[in-house]
Design a protein around this ligand. Sequence first.
Ligand code: UDP
Ligand code: MG
Length: 339
Amino acid sequence: MSVKFIIAAIITTAINTVHCQNFIASANIISIVVPLLNEEESLQELHDWIAKVMQSNRYLYEIIFIDDGSTDNSWEVIEQLSEKNKAVKGIRFQKNYGKSQALDAGFELAKGNVVITMDADLQDNPEEIPELYNLIVDENFDLISGWKKKRYDNVITKNIPSRLFNAAARKTSGLKLHDFNCGLKAYKNEVIKAIKVSGEMHRYIPVLAKNEGFTKIGEKIIQHQARKYGVTKFGMDRFVNGFLDLITISFLSKFGKRPMHFFGLWGTFMFLFGTTSAFYIGIYKLYKVYNGIKTILITNNPWFYIALTSMILGTLLFLAGFIGELIIKTKSNEKHYTI
Ligand code: UDP
Ligand code: MG
């Protein structure tokens, strides 16, 4: 069983849905997907704010709260909200799986033709939803990413590192976005059904969408607020994880479907370099012995170790590419195409 399926199985058994949904996109419904971890103080206020905006614009809507293993009363608040407002749905994880998994579970349930994601901490403003909706429906964008141009977060721990992340993500993905990791985004339903958000890939959802062939990706400057209640859920480890994920995603977007082209090329190159060096030192030694010139043992020659290491590394790289291809070929969900 692949890792993807194990995660899916864990999440499926861990979730507890308040309302059951079918998964067919319905016209003119907005699905608002809200991942949350210990945000009990914000939920009522966020719900009322979203509901006000939806009612004043006469939108049909659903709000999907995904409780990502909260240990406070967030789930009780969601249950109360869903009793009063039938548009509120909830998914509960038995433990904290992370924001990416929470979004992924919400995406699976979302049935609106337009899907909006937003954070639960009241930092994102629901008043932005109508304009985001219009950009998707009227201007036919696949994805609109929010841009917190004026950001109300800590300058040292958030704003400066986030500029570096965004510059690196722009460079590797070719997408000209200023704020990849903004919680407030709008999508066509096809986009969220086509992507799989795992690990901590929520930071790079526009790149995942681009990799699935959705190219009409834009951004919109949005209002951002300081966190009103509670604390941020992401510590310093997000710097390391963010950069590692960026490397993974740029590798996968280029070679995810053809690992042999990367590993095979470098493997062959290193193996040839190693064998050529080995031949060279062997022939050079023979030449010296044959002509009676004083010489050292081959194993005392540093080139011997360089040649040996290159040959071993080359073989390993080649094998990694070969195993990568085998995994791809045997994957059961091989027929995953976006039409
Ligand atoms: N969140 C989540 N699971 C986690 C961490 C965070 O669902 O493991 C939610 C969190 O409750 C919030 C959103 O993701 O609704 C963004 O988190 P946070 O506000 O802490 O991030 P920041 O704005 O500080 O980058
Ligand atoms: Mg926040």
